[in-house]
Design a protein around this ligand. Sequence first.
Ligand code: PMP
Length: 286
Amino acid sequence: MTRTVYVNGDYLPETEATVSIFDRGFLMADGVYEVTSVLGGKLIDFEGHVLRLQRSLEALDMAEPCSRDALLEIHRRLVELNGIDEGLVYLQVTRGSDGDRDFAFPAEDTPPTLVLFTQNKPGLADNPAARKGARIISIEDIRWGRRDIKTVQLLYPSMGKMMAKKAGCDDAWMVEDGHVTEGTSNNAYFVKDGVIVTRPLSTEILHGITRKAVLRLASEAQLKVEERLFTIDEAKAADEAFTTSASAFVMPVVEIDGVSLGDGTPGPIARRLREIYLEESVKTAI
Ligand code: PMP
């Protein structure tokens, strides 16, 4: 089926949607993005994604392409036009183009480029991969220093994912100065003696929308949470581990660098948090 996508005010078949070759998103990775999941045809944590988008745009001195209400309308219309029950809405804003290539930003009145498209993912909530758990490798984190801005510079995370695949694994966690930062496209956690440990928020990691929700739900469920730096060796010696992201929710991790965690199957805390998160986020979806 040909998708209907959104580009700068128009809803078009994907085959007819175009962006300039001079667009700074294409030439300079000068753009930011958001991915919002859809369950039961509704948007999960839309407000969180809009707030983070505004924060990313502000950090890069980029204009907001439109209001929160207009964005909600575009998300909803794409979900409807493409008949999405379970899936994702991808949104990208770039600094646009003034018709040439230059390191300096274009004039402030250059309109940003706004693109959105849906990805149909039936079975997103009841994902067999979550029942099996992910096997991960650790790699060095050599990304730039403002990982809290959700930019489209995804080359290294993408290479990390391929390093994991080559090693016969599912994903990679990145390590900087001896401490785990995050996964290629998710936040990282381990559990030891009932305590959930994850890296605190800073410019070194993306401030995950799912992270925020899961940590709140964990506290509400009387689970202990410690936000602190941790090493890959601590994670390897853990009882269980997991990752969080808008597209995979809570994903149990069962192996790190060839070392099985616990009995090698998804741990009880990760499974419980996945269940609670899905239940709660569907309730508040819009
Ligand atoms: N860290 C990185 C590097 C990511 O790319 C993502 C997902 N985009 C996350 C964390 C998780 O963030 P969220 O829960 O908002 O999807």
